[in-house]
Design a protein around this ligand. Structure first.
Ligand code: GLA
Length: 384
């Protein structure tokens, strides 16, 4: 992205120049709502994210300018403040500071300007990008890079839990910090072992269609997580050593079906189905069988829509349109409740699909969806 505007605004506001850092948003090929269930995910960083310019100011004050916010775009707090700022966007930075300090990093005050090209509320994890870019920059500036990358991801996740009200898993922050150009990463969210998978599906393209339904994760997301915990608690009354849905199979789940509400049962069942799909997709990728990958993506979508209930009419419509058009795979991506569908499309079908989806969606919902061709990029870094 062009950083000239950022540099100018920083200088105007703070009278100096600083260092530039970047952290990306992410996509996730498959493995949705599995991260907080100890399962596998398959994310990759994208080439879009959040860029900041930042400079130590020698005080205890943190001064933040958010270039893309229309209102209340300037916030100050001190590192000694006990309560978080009122502006939601600034809570992410406040949280990261607090979480770094909890881990023994002594911070000093700083001025920072923030901008981004990852769409907000589109399910591409703009919030994880924001957390990661500050965690990475502050670690470099005040701790000589001593905090390891996993801990940086956990700092972002803890910020969501403790300052932003979202009990998310580790996937988004992990992908933002660990991303590698051209690679998806299979992460085992229980052991935190991970493996880079070069992803270059010859003859296919990944494209995001943004429903423009703004997704915000909060209570509804947390409720899904609670359903999973209820299922685990029920299974744990009958089976020893069960800590998450990762440890649960269909026999175990069915043996406690009567103890669960229908909603909780269906959500837990979705997670078991998704665990199997992720493994099937890994095999399919190894064999270059993208048609199978695509079929699993559709299954994930309808599982998320009917059993996990995190879809909406707009996203279902986009997936149905993809299906009608013969697209290889299509599904909701990320937490749900709006945002983008992720589509695996044969190159020969790409133009036809994008124009059909755009036209039909506009006709039905009166809004033109945005289209982003996915480029898989690197994770958090300092820019030169
Ligand atoms: C959000 C959360 C992630 C993950 C996804 C769903 O993006 O931040 O931790 O749970 O939803 O897969």
């Amino acid at each position: 992205m062009d950083t000239a505007i950022l540099r100018n605004r920083f200088r105007e506001q703070f009278g100096t120049s600083g260092d530039l850092y970047f952290s990306p948003g992410r996509i996730n090929l498959i493995g949705e709502h599995t991260d907080y269930n100890g399962g596998f995910v398959f994310p990759g960083a994208v080439d879009k994210g959040i860029t900041i310019e930042i400079y130590r100011n020698g005080s205890r004050k943190v001064c933040l300018l958010a270039l893309d916010q229309k209102e209340n775009n300037y916030v100050e707090f001190t590192l000694d403040d006990a309560s978080k700022p009122e502006e939601h966007w600034a809570c992410y930075v406040f949280g990261v500071c607090k979480e770094l300090e909890k881990r023994g990093v002594t911070l000093g005050g700083f001025n920072a300007a923030i901008t981004g090209d990852v769409p907000l509320g589109a399910g591409m994890s703009s919030s994880a990008a924001l957390e990661s870019v500050f965690a990475f920059a502050l670690n470099t500036m005040f701790a000589g890079g001593r905090v390891d990358k996993f801990e940086l991801a956990k700092i972002g996740q803890a910020t969501e839990h403790n300052y932003c009200g979202v009990n998310c898993g580790i996937m988004d922050q992990f992908a933002s910090v660990f991303g590698r150009e051209g690679c998806l990463i299979r992460l085992d969210c229980r052991s935190l072992e991970y493996e880079y998978f070069p992803f270059d599906p010859k003859g296919y393209t990944l494209v995001l269609i943004d429903s423009c339904v703004k997704h915000t994760l909060g209570n509804e997301y947390n409720e899904r997580r609670e359903s999973c915990e209820n299922a685990v608690a029920a299974v744990a009354t009958q089976w020893i050593g069960v800590e998450s849905l990762r440890d649960v199979d269909y026999t175990m789940l069915n043996s406690v079906k009567k103890m669960l509400t229908d909603t909780d049962y269906r959500r837990a069942k979705y997670v078991l189905d998704e665990k199997e799909r992720v493994l099937a997709v890994c095999d399919a990728l190894n064999e270059g069988n993208y048609e199978l990958v695509g079929r699993k993506m559709y299954e994930t979508h309808w599982g998320l829509s009917r059993d996990y209930t995190v879809s909406c009419p707009e996203l279902d419509f986009l997936v149905e349109t993809a299906q009608e058009c013969g697209v290889t795979g299509s599904r909701i991506m990320g937490g749900g409740f709006g945002g983008c569908t992720l589509n695996l499309v044969r190159d020969t079908l790409y133009d036809k699909f994008v124009s059909k989806a755009t036209r039909e969606y506009s006709l039905k919902f009166g809004i033109t969806p945005k289209v982003y061709r996915v480029v898989i990029g690197d994770g958090s870094r300092k820019l030169q």
